[in-house]
Design a protein around this ligand. Structure first.
Ligand code: URA
Length: 189
């Protein structure tokens, strides 16, 4: 089975799973299934729920600019979230809600099998590294169970604090191509 078909099957399984938290639209993720880089955010917001696509609101517009700064488009990467339905009132997802989506996200990662996972924000970082702190660990490269994780600030945080988090996000984002090269070298690819 090819990756598109496998992901489609996974999405159908999720749609049929009545135990998954929240009633909003299922925003599964989108992009290039053969991408080297997988971006993982927290959960869909209002615009994402409305359009059933990840990162299409204000944070998404910033993400698009960051892709453009590398000469990339969003179709060059794959984008998803740890929680795939919008929590009510945009509240933070609980640990129980995050863990309800866990097996599906693991499968999605396994299918896409990216060289590098870029986590956006603390929820996504703590999904892989529960003890990590975004303020301390953003822009560092980690290897967890054979997967390379590069944590960055969430674009929404960068919009709230352009001076500090915005410039840090921009700087760390610029390094993604070099980080990919480094990972490929370490993996001897
Ligand atoms: N914030 C996220 O974490 N994910 C989205 O898809 C949109 C905003």
């Amino acid at each position: 089975m090819n990756k598109e078909r496998e992901l489609e099957k996974l999405k159908e399984e999720m749609m049929a799973d009545a135990k998954l938290p929240f009633k909003s639209n299922l925003v599964f993720g989108e992009g290039n299934v053969g991408a080297k880089v997988l971006f993982i955010g927290e959960a869909p917001g209002r615009e994402e729920d409305r359009l059933i696509r990840p990162f299409v609101g204000r944070s998404g517009k910033l993400l698009d600019k960051l892709f453009a700064s590398l000469g990339w488009e969003r179709g060059d990467v794959y984008i998803t979230n740890i929680v795939k339905r919008r929590p009510p009132e945009n509240r933070d997802p609980s640990l129980r809600e995050i863990s309800a989506y866990k097996s599906y996200l693991s499968k999605q990662i396994e299918i896409i099998d990216p060289k590098l996972i870029v986590t956006l924000g603390r929820f996504s970082l703590n999904y892989f590294l529960p003890e990590a702190k975004i303020s301390r660990d953003h822009g560092k490269l980690f290897c967890i169970d054979g997967r390379y994780i590069y944590p960055l600030f969430h674009p929404a945080a960068a919009l709230r604090s352009p001076e500090r988090m915005g410039s840090a996000l921009k700087k760390s984002f610029k390094r993604i191509p070099a980080i990919i090269k480094k990972v490929e070298k370490m993996k001897n690819l």
